[in-house]
Ligand binder design. Structure first.
Ligand code: DX5
Ligand code: ZN
Length: 225
């Protein structure tokens, strides 16, 4: 599967978002990962629609919106209107009875649908939804903050998800998010991830383009897919 790099805006300089957007574009990003946090599902508040809307008008990068909010089903329409390319919701952030409909609504609005597993959630959470997904996000830190250490013990879950998807929905991608850097990306790629969220190791690198190119090279060299 194609390796795709998704710098996480959370690590950017919020005072100069337009400049940061250009930096990500010039660095060869494939997606712009946008972490929306509500202070309820996670113990942190980041940004919301008033930031996403101007970003989507100003960039050619697909916006990959990671909803760390309760009731993400409330926001699918709004995300579609502002032009998000993909929306990731957390399996444990909403009424399970609404999950399938929400994933369908995301797809019906022309966006890609993804379901995220926080570290404590097992791969089995995905079972009812496998055919409705374009991407699975396996969190490699507890959601809520950038700059945390990569949880190596999530790698068996990545491999398990890859095996499930190969049987049921082989074109579905696996994204990893949290602590991705030169010392960790190879293990995630080997386990079966192909979309890499990179916050600290991209926006805060000395040279973002070099950092992304080097991470991409490592992932492509060791990816087993
Ligand atoms: C954490 C967010 C991440 C975060 C990753 O809850 O979902 O996207 O920005 O940051 P790094 O790459 O610094 O771990
Ligand atoms: Zn994220």
């Amino acid at each position: 599967m194609k390796i795709r790099m998704a710098p996480s805006l959370l690590a950017s300089d919020f005072l100069h978002l337009e400049r940061e957007l250009r930096r990500a574009e010039e660095a060869g990003a494939d997606l712009l990962h946008c972490d929306v946090m509500d202070g309820v599902y996670v113990p942190n508040i980041s940004f919301g629609f008033s930031v996403l809307e101007p970003l989507s008008r100003e960039t050619r990068l697909p916006l990959d919106v990671h909803m760390m909010t309760v009731c993400p089903d409330r926001y699918a329409d709004k995300l579609a209107k502002l032009g998000a390319a993909s929306v990731t919701i957390h399996s444990d952030a909403m009424d399970p009875e609404r999950t399938a409909d929400t994933l369908r609504a995301i797809r019906d609005s022309g966006m890609r649908a993804a379901l995220a597993l926080s570290p404590k959630r097992p791969a089995a959470d995905l079972v009812p939804y496998l055919s409705l997904l374009d991407m699975v996000l396996v969190m490699t830190v507890e959601p809520g903050f950038g700059g945390q250490s990569f949880m190596e013990d999530m790698m068996p879950k990545v491999s398990e998800v890859r095996r499930m998807l190969d049987r049921e929905n082989p074109s579905c991608e696996i994204q990893v998010d949290g602590g991705i850097a030169s010392g960790t990306i190879a293990r995630a790629a080997e386990a079966g991830a192909n979309v890499f969220v990179v916050g600290t190791a991209s926006f805060r690198a000395e040279h973002m383009g070099d950092a992304l190119a080097s991470l991409r090279g490592i992932a492509e060299g060791t990816g087993s897919l």
